[in-house]
Each structure stands twice: as C-alpha cells, then as structure tokens.
Design a protein around this ligand. Sequence first.
Ligand code: SF4
Ligand code: SF4
Length: 369
Amino acid sequence: MPAQGLDDLIGLLSSRGYEVWGARERDDALGLMPIETAAELPRGRVEAAEAGRVRLVEGPRDAVFDHTLPMHGLKRLVHPAEEKLYATGPDLVARDEAVAANPVAVLGVRPCDLAALETLTQVFEGGPYSDTRYRQRRDALFLVAVNCMRPAATCFCASMHTGPRAEAGFDLSLDELLDGDRHVFLVTAGSARGREILAELPGEAACAADLDAAEAGSRACAAAQQRRMVEGVEGLLKRNLEHPHWSEVAERCLSCANCTMVCPTCFCNTLEDRSSLDGAEAERWRRWDSCFTLDFSYLHGGAVRRETASRYRQWMTHKLSHWHDQFGMSGCVGCGRCIGWCPVGIDITAEAAAIAASEQGQTRSGDET
Ligand code: SF4
Ligand code: SF4
C-alpha cells in the first residue's frame, strides 16, 4: 500500500462506524487519542526515552511510525480509569450502568501492547468469573498493529518474547518500508474484518523483497534493544523475597504510582460507594487503584504493606513471578513505560539485574569457600 493509503484506511474505518485513534503529539510526548487524518500522526518524530524521561524529538527519517509508544496503552479503552457500575434508590434495586462501548479502531498498536491486551483478557476473562463490561469494550476494538522497526531505549520486548513483531491479535498489521523515495506499507490481515478492509485498500500484491525487508526490520529492531530482562526472573524473585535490594529501591521510590498508571497490564481497581445525603440515591464506581498506595493493602485494623520496600516488592514480584502462578503468563510485556515515566528513573530491568548479580556473587563466593 502506498504511504498515502493510510488516509484511505482511516476513511474505510470511519465509514464502518469506527472512531479512529492514533498516537498524537502533545506537550512533547505522545498520547493515544482520536485522529481524523494521517497528517495528525507524529511523522518524522521519535522518542528520546531513558529512565525517568520521555521526550519526542526529530528522527533521522520521514517515517510515520518510527516513534514507539504513547504514554497509555490500550488499557484505558477496555478498562477505563473510572466508571459507574450501577445506581440504586430507596427501593434498593441495583440498576446497571450501560457500557458505552463505541467502536474504536486504533491505528499503530505496537506488538507489546497487543500482548498486554491478551494479558488483560486473561485477567478479566480467564478465571471463573468473566467481566462482561471488559468483553463489550474489547469487542468494539479494531486493531491495526505496526511492527516496530526501531526501539526506544526503554524497550525490552525482545527478551519478554512479546515483540517487536506481532504474530497474532490484530485485525491488520503494517510494516513501514521507507527506502529513498519509495514509501510503502506491507499490510497483513489477521482477521475476517481485517481481510474485508484490506480488499478495499489501494496497493498491489507484496513482493518477496518487501516481505524480506519487513522481517529484516524486525530482526534489526530486536537486536538494537538496549535493555533486556534477566533470564529466569520468575524464580529469581521468588528466591529473593527478603533481599536487601528492596530497601535500596525504596530509598529512591516515591510511591507515586506512576508506574502502575502507565503500565498496560496493571489492572487493580477499587470500588467506591457514594450516596446522596438524603439517602435517595447511591452509586457504585470502579476506579483504577495502585499497589503503591498505602490504602491498597488496608485490611481491618491497618495496611499490610506499610513500607515502600514491601510495596515495590509486591509490584515487581507480582508482575514477573506470581502473575505466572495466578494467570499462567508474565504480567510484564517489556514495553518500558514504567522506566520512562518513573520520575526518579527506577528501572525494572536494572533492579532485577541487581538482584541476579548479587545472587551470582553469593554463588561464586560460596564456590570459592
Ligand atoms: S511492568 Fe513496566 S515494562 Fe512491564 S508491562 Fe508494565 S510498564 Fe511495561
Ligand atoms: S517505581 Fe517510580 S513510578 Fe513507581 S511508585 Fe516508585 S517512584 Fe513512582
């Protein structure tokens, strides 16, 4: 598909009733929000990301998708930050609040965010109880993935096996091929809905050279990643629940909860009841919560996790270890958002590596003894 075909794609999705969302620049960063034309995408811009800092800067080429991740993943679309669940009156009959699940097509979903959506699906639907509100919103999504050709410095999807190439979970996927004056997208359909749209897009059958270039781009992106998660982290953290490194991290951690807010898989929420003073109405709301707040672990009589060290340990061990026991998969997809958006630059890969290094050091000194 020629590069100009992106506007045809947006038009086709709009004509089918989808509101099209994409990454848009705001305040030198990227947000995921509605777009009307491809011109609103951050063409030629890339993220200069590092621990504690994310900024968009000019990139080396005129690509539409060389930037990587908007601040938020798809979580907001399937699990809103706050929503009213139901209301009741003096009759005490609960009236469910209808789900506003308008069709949304997201253009430019990265493979790690597709993996995060799969993770959320397992959380909300994998157990004995299924969240019907989640399902309604998930069914309303049309996903146009983009395979990454360039990682941000905070990305480590390759070591989590969630990217940089999407294998499933999308309706359409795009590989952006830019070579001199030739600027095209390799478009792959991943669903019946995707095939219908693909049939109406401008373009021609892909040649072998383009298929090879797309695969080579993904390989190069994986090889260029500067961060990686240590191998065997699930067992490593379980063996080191009393490691002194948790206290060392706590000296830096602000317990601000930024990491959990930007994480595309963090799903914790709380329920709040509100009633009018005259007792005529009451509502139940669901809001995102975070294991970094003191109240999150409140049981009768007080909070269980009073220290920042125990809250950081809870978050990291849940993501990387206990999520496997609970959901049969990792709770981290390697998107790196928690690294970039942590105000003090705490780096989940570095913290795991520090614990691994001290364990190896202990093993070595044990061997020498
Ligand atoms: S823990 Fe960090 S790197 Fe892993 S999915 Fe969440 S935000 Fe991304
Ligand atoms: S790790 Fe960073 S982002 Fe997360 S609570 Fe601590 S200071 Fe905030």
